[in-house]
Design a protein around this ligand. Sequence first.
Ligand SMILES: Cc1cc2nc3c(=O)[nH]c(=O)nc-3n(C[C@H](O)[C@H](O)[C@H](O)COP(=O)(O)OP(=O)(O)OC[C@H]3O[C@@H](n4cnc5c(N)ncnc54)[C@H](O)[C@@H]3O)c2cc1C
Length: 436
Amino acid sequence: MVDRAVEKSSLGSDIPIDVAIIGGGPSGLSAAIELKRCGVSRVVVLERESEAGGIPRHCGHPPFGMREFKRILTGPNYAKKLVALASAVEVEIHTMTTVVEARPDGELLITTNFGAEVINAGRVIYATGVREMPRSARLISGKRNSGIVNSGALQSMVYLKHRMPFKRPIIIGTELVSFSTIMTCHHAGIKPVTMIGEHDEITARWPYSVFPGLIDIPFRTGLRIFPRIMGIPLHLGARLIAIDGDDNVSSVQIELANGIRQTVECDGVILTGKFTPEATLALSGHLDIDPATGGPVVDQYGRCSDPVYCATGNLLRPGETAGWCWNEGRQAGRLVADDLKNKLPEFDRRIQIYLSDTLIKYAMPKFVGLPLSAGMEDLQLRFKNSAKGYIIGTSGEETVYRRKVSVHPEHRVIIALDKLTNKCSEGNIQLTFEER
Ligand SMILES: Cc1cc2nc3c(=O)[nH]c(=O)nc-3n(C[C@H](O)[C@H](O)[C@H](O)COP(=O)(O)OP(=O)(O)OC[C@H]3O[C@@H](n4cnc5c(N)ncnc54)[C@H](O)[C@@H]3O)c2cc1C
């Protein structure tokens, strides 16, 4: 373990760091801005990339910024606006700064151009975001040919490095990011040959109405026809079986919904979606991790098992939009500012949320402290498959919650925490799903 630096970065000054934020994406930057607005003195954002802004930096398309700025921006313009706002309120943004260890008492081992260094912060906010599941974790067989990328890598090649890794790829997945991949391809002059999705319906849901109350576009219908408008056949209920080719991809084998296998000639494969929290740092540290979300275990204040640490944004659970994460970051900033001033309400008791149904993918937060007064107002749930039925919450012998729902994979379902907990007298709630 390296704890000594030859020279020190400007982080190691004598002025104590009140809050260090790991990750300079929308959630980290909005947390930082809010902390400064709440009067916190020294707030530092630690960002491993050469520029802050997070994922939107390489999403060269709209729509970003509706919730935050009531304007439609491209990802890079949105990222620049967040960085400018943070700089305007004197948030210190340290780029090319990677946190490699997060230890108890807010001690962080970082690497910068000056080498390794240890810094200390009064509070630490984890805001390291999500990434897409790589080929190995998706168990896709075939050789190690070039031309197999995630949509994040493609965006970065196209928008930041102006490279074109292939000309006729297949797109795997139908999440929102899969459709933005069509726009990335279009921008670069890449012509995808086919798009396939494993479910019978497209997975994407539109994050918000374009102009709420005025124009509510039936967006799933729009998304379904969008690939066809772009000349890309869409196969639902289909899966990728194998990737062929030696040095480069030459074709792929897919299985269609009717069980028929097909060879699709292509020169690349874009693996989209299947988000997982970027929790490598948290996993190698001392915090409790929730295997269901893949992120740190938190209560409704976003506080981790070590209360010096808090988590926000997409690290909490995969994978929300920039606007949603920006809002979570803002709330985290406010709560941490209150915590530093000892103004955060104490809990009389805590309820742990358990999942007793394999259809439920995750629930976040895992702990809910009572009485409810500040912090997240809802429990966020995701489901693995489409189903209609009832979400049921039981505590001991009592049914404390029951709600009729229609669920779809990767669609957010929220339960108001007051409705879930107001009849609960025990220390836990089991969530199940009863199909109709
Ligand atoms: C490929 C891809 C495409 C997406 N496209 C869209 C889209 O079109 N629209 C949309 O609304 N959402 C999109 N998203 C969702 C996206 O995650 C959110 O928009 C938003 O960026 C989440 O903000 P965040 O701050 O939680 O995380 P991020 O934006 O991911 O920011 C996390 C930051 O933490 C930094 N970091 C991570 N680990 C460390 C470390 N150890 N030390 C220092 N820094 C670290 C990263 O470099 C990164 O800058 C996409 C996600 C992906 C993966």
